[in-house]
Ligand binder design. Sequence first.
Ligand code: XUL
Ligand code: CO
Length: 438
Amino acid sequence: MTEFFAGVGKIQYEGPDSKNPLAFKHYNAEEVVAGETMARHMRFSIAYWHSFCNGGADPFGLPTRHMPWLDAPDAMATARNKARACFEFCEKLGVDFYCFHDRDVAPEGETLAESNSNLDEIAKVLKGEQERTGIRPLWGTACLFAHPRFMHGAATSCNADVFDYAAAQVAKAMEVTCELGGSGYVFWGGREGYKSILNTDMGREMDHLAKFLHLAVEYKKQIGFKGQFYIEPKPKEPTKHQYDFDAAACYAFLQKYGLVEHFKLNIEANHATLAGHEFAHELQFAAANGILGSVDANRGDTLLGWDTDQFPTNLYDAVFAMLAILDAGGFTTGGLNFDAHVARESIEPVDLFHAHIGAMDVFARGLKIAAAIREDGALADHLARRYASWNSGLGADIEAGKVGFAELGKYMLDKGNAAPNESGRVEMLENILNDYIR
Ligand code: XUL
Ligand code: CO
């Protein structure tokens, strides 16, 4: 069988002093950190679409990458090659999970029936590769944004037939994800949003989106799919206004439509920054509301206002992310999926290894640093002290609901003034954090 990454063997952990660019310096899958192996903490996943489909085309130019798995005589042979390339890559990299859209793995046919049968055929190839390697989907999803039929949206389209088509596609993608033993299923809003309010009935579109998700929940039960459902927030691109703007908007939407118990969030770093938030803010918001499910790990560019989907290399971001993930109790069904593509000028297959090795290493360092900070109570002690006034007396009475405005008014009239504030010690805490980043 063709080897697509000939010349690259299994990537080994060689430690921080290694100068080998094709070795891990920090990620050591079996090493135990804070009571779990690094592999279990991270549940790293590769993104099928970026790594095996996206050739680097941009609005100004054609694809640049050498992707030998795409040099097959027809679309189905190409799809079989992609699957083999993906599993060869994951095996060599030592990653246990992959994420896919239906149309990444198998080509769209002339009819829905043909698309479904293409997907079934490639799902068999994926299953064979899974059985050979033990690698599984972290999540599956349906591509409801690339085909022109979704130009007005999918679940929020003005065209009821398109809603139907999208439902049929999601049902099939969910069946295949279930068949492949996927741990989850993602709904990213794709074109669920709008460009012009002049042609948009926003309230009706959001009702339709909620209806769609309720139908998905019902179908999930019908087919016995046990994976976790996730919504992936994103504020803009491709549409100007996306309904799943950020974690808070998604949470409000899920609450309004009675969907909270069925969904968690898949937080993507670059989507957070596009929404004007720090990645850690989105993670902490989701965690604080019990809906942190999974992560699309990547990086934007502070000078560019679009979704650049670069591989994560920023150690600070990784530390903040791992603090949030550890605080939330770690991943259950979710994991860290590299929803990222190599730069357009990184054209050789080996560049895919460099990109993933760097990203896995930066998260491994983030994990170790976050675990050390937590073990030492370096930030937690300060946090606990900062809120100490809530642990007894007035604060405890307010939290317990024992006092109303009348009692609060009397208390302060008697006391005369609030106790003086203490310093928030922002710079001291930043310095403490920096002491750990080495
Ligand atoms: C788009 C994006 C998607 C989702 C899955 O910005 O992140 O690839 O992760 O549809
Ligand atoms: Co994503």
